[in-house]
Design a protein around this ligand. Structure first.
Ligand code: FSX
Ligand code: SF4
Ligand code: F3S
Length: 379
């Protein structure tokens, strides 16, 4: 693909175009987003426009939400960017052809681009009973995925289903659903895998991973669950705009109560932000501005992107915080804050009411409260 002066966009609802200048700006923003210097934007843009990356998109047990989140984005340029940057040679959702014709396209691209294409896996893969619970063209998806992945340069597991099994793996799961990494392991395929969990995941996390691969020829640095660190390196709780309320002990108790209407912390309503790694509060969704993410809209995070939390822990059970040290840039407790001027001591009492599950959070608040009391006695 050659980079054009102006990209006409005919998809989406708003219409519009992406100029080369805007594309460069987008690549610079993507560079910063991935923790690279902004100046890398030019290199990313050059690499992304030099060649369209062949992508083979395989679907297993899923709801098609991952494809929808990429292509039905309210930002019409996102769909355009994705479809211009990659050559989507096979997608069970978007294929124009069907049956033998579609399968022939898959084989042709695999042969033509052997070792140079990326396989995207959407959905989980059932392993039980020889994988018979999800078949395409009469073949278990585990066999198809293993074959496509074996000749790929890299595999991107998009969504929580592909990352570890997601909702199809929820108890009692009669199908033995697993993520793509485990499925490939069961078949002895060693192609590197990166996971972009979320149900659905943020499209920018996917797009940035693709841009990184196109630019550097390798996958970005990942954590122990094969997630890109630039997107999943921080707990939601660390960057949540309601965090000052958590630290001050101001919790919504029931949906619609005064605290909920005031935008207080949703921990007691089951928010799993303290045990979920994702960038939802900073990356946001749908390019709709501040507050466009679940907690921003008053809905507790249910941990959709975290294995062992989303689709596993009860929706309204309280989270088990991993660590709760407040970010340095957050406002202090009790200084002109809403909710009756909570103090550090008040925070500790309120956090204590929450129960033992707060764990380290209570310890932190209590030791802070003790220190504050000692200091006030010394005065
Ligand atoms: Fe759906 Fe994707 Fe959820 Fe799963 O997203 S949005 S069920 S992660 O595989 O299509
Ligand atoms: Fe935000 Fe949830 Fe943490 Fe409260 S518990 S601060 S709502 S992430
Ligand atoms: Fe999912 Fe929680 Fe983000 S539910 S979309 S990880 S806020």
């Amino acid at each position: 693909m050659k980079c054009r002066e102006s990209w006409e966009v005919d998809a989406g609802t708003a219409g519009g175009s992406v100029s080369r200048r805007d594309f460069l700006k987008f690549c610079s923003a993507a560079a910063v987003y991935m923790g690279l210097p902004a100046a890398m934007g030019a290199r990313i843009a050059e690499a992304a426009t030099a060649r369209r990356l062949p992508v083979l998109w395989v679907s297993g047990q899923e709801c098609t939400g991952c494809t929808e989140t990429l292509l039905r984005a309210t930002h019409p340029t996102l769909e355009h960017l994705i479809l211009d940057l990659i050559s989507l040679d096979y997608s069970e959702t978007l294929n124009a052809g069907a049956g033998d014709q579609a399968e022939a396209a898959l084989r042709a691209s695999m042969e033509e681009n052997k070792g140079g294409y990326v396989m995207v896996m959407e959905g989980s893969i059932p392993l039980k009973d020889g994988g018979i619970y999800c078949k395409i063209g009469g073949r278990p998806i585990v066999d198809i995925a293993a074959e496509v992945a074996a000749s790929a340069a890299a595999v991107i597991g998009i969504g929580s289903c592909a990352s570890w099994g997601g909702f199809p793996s929820s108890d009692p799961d009669p199908t033995g659903a697993v993520g793509i990494a485990e499925a490939l392991k069961s078949k002895g395929v060693t192609t590197p895998v990166v996971n972009i969990p979320g149900c659905p995941p943020n499209p920018y996390n996917f797009l940035s991973t693709v841009l990184y691969f196109v630019t550097f020829g390798k996958l970005p640095e990942v954590d122990d669950k094969a997630r890109p660190k630039f997107a999943y390196g921080r707990l939601i709780h660390e960057n949540c705009e309601r965090r000052a309320h958590f630290d001050a002990g101001r919790f919504a108790k029931v949906f619609g109560d005064e605290g909920h209407r005031q935008g207080w912390c949703l921990f007691e309503l089951g928010c799993k932000g303290p045990e979920t790694f994702n960038n939802c509060p900073t990356q946001l969704f749908n390019d709709a501005g501040a507050g466009a993410w679940p907690v921003g809209q008053g809905a507790p995070c249910f941990g959709c992107s975290e294995q062992g939390v989303g689709f596993t822990a009860p929706l309204h059970a309280q989270a088990k915080p991993i660590y709760v040290t407040p970010p340095a840039f957050f406002p202090g407790i009790g200084e002109g804050a809403k909710g009756g001027g909570a103090t550090v001591a008040g925070a500790a009492v309120a956090a204590g009411v929450v129960g033992a599950v707060v764990g380290a959070g209570i310890a932190t608040a209590k030791s802070a409260a003790k220190k504050a009391e000692e200091e006030s006695r010394e005065k």
